[in-house]
Design a protein around this ligand. Structure first.
Ligand SMILES: *Cc1c(COP(=O)(O)O)cnc(C)c1O
Length: 358
């Protein structure tokens, strides 16, 4: 179907194969067919999360699970690591859930460093930390492995990690890193339609959730756990997403996870080389550039809106003109999901062409 292809960091382009799976006829969500569907994909979900824990599919966008993590895992005070639009908002969400929260704020484009987290946790005031691995608004990737090392010194603190825009673009081993809650959205690196989120929960986090009385219902981790034991979901899920996931997992395991990670890295390298070669600068601090999207500082002062109109008219595609307060002074090129390095090269060529004519 002819349409405008999205090189924005979510939603991204969804393949025809995925769309066909997504549009399969409905089945009863309490039927044996549904149980068989969930049971079929579950071990593969555990494989991509590198976990023995149950993996859940929530019929909500990522924010549902992000809010749920606060409701399920915070009783004392949460330290919210803030470095961009999404991570900044998590602080507000914690407050709106009536929780005590403290900001660990750095400038947009700067990374969250393990030392800063360690200094805060040493006060003993906190029982949870929220971290966004890949801050999509600024294209900045935080040093998750080093942060996880610090978190292991604080076994009473829940480590809540949003991998919404990095999940399956690189290896993020949940069990090995000692993460307590990890979540991903469907419309980013997974290249599925928007409207669902995946997550997994550690034993430590289930135990913590059991001590909280006001977990609510829709995002109650213990409800998800109980239902998953019989390959069910608490409420009627987006069955279409289960079918699409089944198809996508098949694609991923056919490509091979390592090959998938290497492809994402290659896409990033090609885009970064283009940025340097064309005299642009990176928005994020050097060494912390995202693997799934490139956030370009618009130091050349190009008219991004005009560029996007030209891309749309000539090549039926768009990039992103920058998020929130850095709109216009930065722009973002997404290279996640199903994109091949060839596709990315072609896109960069189109951008060159449009800029040359502008
Ligand atoms: C897109 C995004 C979200 C929000 O996802 P929704 O699907 O809109 O709820 C949260 N965190 C990060 C890092 C994102 O990129």
């Amino acid at each position: 179907m002819s349409h405008i292809k999205l090189f924005i960091p979510g939603p991204v382009e969804v393949s025809e194969k995925t769309m066909r799976a997504f549009s399969r006829p409905m089945i009863g969500h309490r039927s044996k067919d549904f149980q068989a569907l969930y049971a079929d994909i579950h071990p593969k979900l555990q494989q991509i999360f590198y976990t023995k824990q149950p993996v859940f599919v929530s019929t909500s966008s990522a924010w549902g699970v992000m809010e749920g993590s606060i409701r399920n895992l915070v009783s004392k005070k949460v330290l919210t690591c803030m470095s961009g639009a999404f991570s900044d908002k998590w602080f507000d969400v914690a407050k709106k859930c009536g929780k005590s929260a403290e900001a660990l704020q750095v400038d947009w484009g700067q990374p969250i460093l393990p030392e800063a987290i360690e200094a805060k946790l040493a006060t003993g005031e906190f029982d949870a930390v929220t971290l966004i691995h890949n801050e999509t608004s600024t294209g900045t990737m935080n040093p998750l492995v080093d942060i996880a090392k610090v978190m292991r010194k604080f076994p009473d603190v829940q480590f809540i990690v949003d991998c919404v825009s990095s999940f399956t673009a690189m290896k993020i081993p949940f069990d090995e890193l000692g993460i307590d809650l990890m979540l991903a959205g469907t419309q980013k690196a997974l290249a599925l339609p928007s409207g669902a989120a995946l997550f997994t929960v550690s034993e430590k986090a289930f135990a913590k959730a059991a001590t909280l009385k006001d977990r609510g219902y829709y995002f109650d981790f213990l409800e998800f756990k109980k239902n998953q034991e019989s390959s069910m979901t608490p409420t009627t899920p987006s069955i279409s997403h289960f079918y699409a996931l089944q198809s996508k997992l098949e694609d991923m395991l056919t490509e091979g996870l390592d090959a998938r990670y290497a492809r994402h890295m290659e896409n990033a390298k090609v885009t970064r080389a283009w940025v340097k070669d064309r005299g642009f600068a990176f928005f994020p601090k050097e060494g912390y550039e995202s693997v799934t999207l490139t956030c370009v500082a618009n130091n050349r002062g190009i008219d991004v809106a005009k560029l996007n109109s030209a891309l749309k008219a000539k090549h039926s595609c768009v990039i992103d003109g920058g998020y929130g307060k850095i709109k216009g002074t930065s722009f973002r090129i997404s290279h996640m999901g199903d994109e091949s390095t060839e596709n990315i090269r072609q896109l960069l060529g189109w951008i060159d062409g449009c800029l040359a004519e502008a």
